[in-house]
Design a protein around this ligand. Structure first.
Ligand SMILES: [Zn+2]
Length: 197
């Protein structure tokens, strides 16, 4: 194993300690993932075509990773894993059926999937926090990151799950302000709940 994989491997170990049955699966080798890919292309009218190549997905305690996983930057992978660990914890909190009900069922109707938006918002807040911790506050404040995260909610990526940029902007500002406050006080994430809508 190369030295560059160290942060990723260490964080994967941390996840396995918390979730002993955790497995990491490459989507390209997985028939189930190819089926989901085909279904997503249909329900988003071709708007989501990158399920196999760009997106990381937690289902039933497993993390399915896209083709580019092995080539991604070490710290970027840790940031992704911090986001996905939130979904693992949500699955534990809500149970697999509960999570599926919140996450998958609201694909119908597209566009107003509030439960899914909340679940993703909690996870993207963690992406933002991980970016601040691993890359610095300036990276977390970068407009390109903001645009990227906002787009996940408003575009076909997740079936137009929360197409309300004004409200998203407010969530984003609150989350960023709270993370900035955490980093200035050294308080860390404990007790922080301001970013959930
Ligand atoms: Zn997510």
């Amino acid at each position: 194993m190369s030295a560059a994989a160290t942060h990723t491997e260490r964080f994967l170990e941390e996840i396995r300690r918390e979730f002993p049955s955790f497995r990491l699966i490459h989507k390209r080798d997985d028939r189930f993932s190819r089926l989901i890919d085909a279904a997503l292309r249909v329900v988003t009218l071709g708007g989501q075509r990158e399920y196999l190549t760009r997106y990381h997905t937690v289902i039933a305690g497993r993390l399915y990773v896209p083709a580019c996983w092995d080539d991604e930057d070490d710290l970027d992978r840790v940031i992704v894993l911090r986001h996905e660990r939130v979904h693992l914890r949500q699955s534990r909190r809500y149970g697999f059926i509960g999570m599926a009900a919140i996450y998958l069922v609201p694909i119908f109707p597209l566009g107003l999937a509030y439960g899914r938006a909340r679940i993703e918002w909690e996870a993207y807040t963690e992406s933002l926090r991980a970016t601040a911790e691993l890359r610095g506050l300036d990276a977390a404040r970068h407009p390109a990151l903001r645009a990227h995260i906002m787009k996940q909610f408003t575009s076909a990526a997740y079936g137009w799950m929360w197409p309300f940029p004004g409200q998203l902007s407010r969530w984003y500002d609150e989350a960023l302000a709270a993370i900035e406050a955490e980093s200035s006080t050294g308080r860390g994430a404990a007790g922080y709940d301001a970013a959930t809508p």
